[in-house]
Design a protein around this ligand. Structure first.
Ligand code: C8R
Length: 241
């Protein structure tokens, strides 16, 4: 009502929503569906943009659930061909350079919803219908915030839908080459379907000059064990050229 002061948005420790978030979401949706993958040109980007906003607006960013994102997930469903799924962990740049050259391979960012959300930040507020551009909870730190829940939810779907031999690019130049707290180690490997995914192939890449062999490290052994318990075969390659 006129004269009533607008409610103050809650303040958090992390940076706020990316400026122009709604416009970026809409623009990326059109770029992906009309330019990059015209086979998806039937997707309704206005609906997708609205479903994204509805997932977090007028809600406490620390009480976000998978359910909030279900309508968005339904509108952005997409089939990745068998044998073409590529996961990564602490190796985003290299993995995406690879899929840029190897266009038939798909990381999550090479699918519509991953492409729309990559690198963005967002949150709403329980007491206001506005976007909080001022601050948001620090992802995965202050609480299970809305961006954290988003990546968990979409990563889970990406892994569940995978079929055939799947690939992962890992970083051999850090101590936890396989990190059980990462999205890959916490969500994706547990959501692969053994009846559809016979094998996971790991490509462990090192910095130039680093000649260590991470495939024989204890963290890779942990990954191997988890997969063998789930009846998924594991192969590992150090520094494939
Ligand atoms: N995945 C997870 N997180 C993603 C992401 C993605 O595709 N894309 C972005 N931008 N992010 P990390 P990880 C953001 O620690 O935890 C999927 C999120 O803010 O190097 O193992 C993807 O399918 C997130 O917190 O890797 C991939 O296989 C960090 O980047 C894994 O999960 C994650 O960066 C990667 O997640």
């Amino acid at each position: 009502l006129w004269g009533l002061p607008a409610p103050k948005l809650k303040e958090w420790d992390g940076k706020g929503t990316t400026p122009n978030f709604p416009e970026i979401v809409l623009g990326r949706c059109y770029t992906y569906t009309k330019v990059l993958r015209p086979e998806l040109s039937h997707k309704d980007c206005r609906k997708i943009g609205k479903a994204f906003m509805d997932a977090f607006l007028s809600k406490d960013p620390c009480s976000s659930t998978e359910r909030d994102y279900q309508p968005l997930l339904e509108l952005t469903n997409q089939t990745v061909p068998c044998n073409k799924t590529l996961f990564w962990s602490k190796s985003s740049e290299l993995a995406h350079q690879y899929t840029t050259v190897q266009q038939e391979m798909f990381t999550l960012e090479n699918t519509l919803l991953g492409y729309i959300a990559d690198g963005l930040n967002w949150c709403g507020d329980a007491d206001s219908s506005e976007i909080n551009y001022g601050s948001c909870p620090k992802m995965g730190k202050q609480c299970n915030d809305t961006v954290f829940v988003f990546w968990n939810t979409v990563s889970q779907r990406f892994a569940e839908n995978a079929c055939g031999v799947v690939q992962v690019v890992l970083n051999g130049s850090i101590s936890n080459t396989f990190n059980k707290n990462s999205t890959f180690g916490r969500v994706e490997i547990y959501n692969l379907r053994p009846e559809k995914v016979p094998t996971l192939q790991a490509w462990v890449m090192h910095d130039i000059g680093d000649r260590s062999v991470a495939c024989s490290s204890s963290s890779i052994n942990d990954l191997k064990l988890i997969l063998s318990n789930r009846n998924i075969k594991f192969t590992c390659h150090d520094n494939y050229r």
